[in-house]
Design a protein around this ligand. Sequence first.
Ligand code: NCD
Length: 466
Amino acid sequence: MSLEGRSLVTMDDLSNEEIEGVFSLADEMSESMTGQSGVCQGKIMASLFFEPSTRTRLSFEAAMLRLGGRVITAVDISATSLAKGESIADMARVVGSYADIIVIRHPWEGAAKVVADYAGVPVINAGDGGHEHPTQTLLDLYTIRKERGTIKGLKIALWGDLKYGRTLHSLACALARFGASILFRPAPGLEMPEHVVRKLTMDYGGELRKCEAVDQTGKGGVFSLDAIYVTPSTPHQLAMMPDISIQVELEKGVDAIYVTRFQKERHAQANGGDDIKKAYPVVDKKLLKEKTFKQTLVMHPLPRIDELAHELDADPRSMYFKQAARGVPVRMALISLLLGARKVDIPEVKEPISRRKAGYPVYDRGFGIRCQNRSCVSVNEEKYIKAEFRIASRQPLTLMCVYCEHEIFPKYVASSEWHEGTLESKRYHSADSHWGRKIRLENLIVFDSESEARSRGFKPGKNIHG
Ligand code: NCD
């Protein structure tokens, strides 16, 4: 398998087989961490970290140094030309001419995709806002597989800030693809975003179950717990699951809890999120005494705040420092593969998952609609980024931003092929009306609002009142 020249922006950029290939090379590298210094000799990695980082940046840099390569680094937006108003695209072009590979962390969702689109060298997403953090997921999966031998069929609980925890968004998708069942235990109000749940169910064939579970954190009462069950052998179809009770499943035991901190930098809470923090589920000795957690691996991407008690550090179930340590061989494997410095043998490479996503038709007219996510790079750099979506569903009409993957549900549509081209018949319609649904995909024009449609010269169709 060669991954030469490829980028890793989201987990969809690697097929399951390719991920296995990264793991087998990581195994080889971890056996001789000091014996790899010839692998990337002469190569330069640019490490651009425009959000705080300890583990991810240092493990990437350690990985490149262990491979014999060199590192150039920028860690503060205010010390770069981005602070002067330079676009991400211009920065990417320039850095791509200095380095052979770029690792980027940026607060805007989709920023890594823009860097990958413009740099001309492989780009690795080290976290783009609340969107994804695929290399953290690689080392998380690697850890689970090392400890449990497999991922398929495991039951894994995702704990804490499911809304903004980018590590969880990447991990949930990967777990579903590898056939694990996922239990969501969000802090109140921090549930898994709709677009991620939709991906898990529609793209990876998971089935969502909702239930109320008994609170085992000692705070009493019940909490809502959602679960995704997947049938990995039929990834394109909704899984046909027998009637499983989540409570019964919980009692049978959970294989891993993946805990995350409250992502305070992505919240705009008036009181600094004090209410959320009070109700934030904590993982401690008391919780782990429950039968459910007897054999449970306790995982965390770190840094931890109060959600994971220090008293667990010596517990053999605690994996978080092992996870962090495994970041180096996993990243060594990835860097050397993307640079084409190493290849690995894997059974049969199936289509990368992103090709499936690419199966959704593109909507890129560049007017009428824009991404609603204020943290999306397409909104923040709209001078040169044309809004682009995939049409994920016709009914209800659902467009997914290609940068941040947030969805929008436009209410109004028109056809580019209006009747005989006369202005009189240039009408817009409700997306869910008979007229709206009849428009062929290639002719579809969508609008955020009626005023947007009118400003483009369209008049209300028969089904629009007022
Ligand atoms: C995570 C991140 O940056 O998203 N940290 C990491 O990379 N290990 C998790 C977090 O900051 O909570």
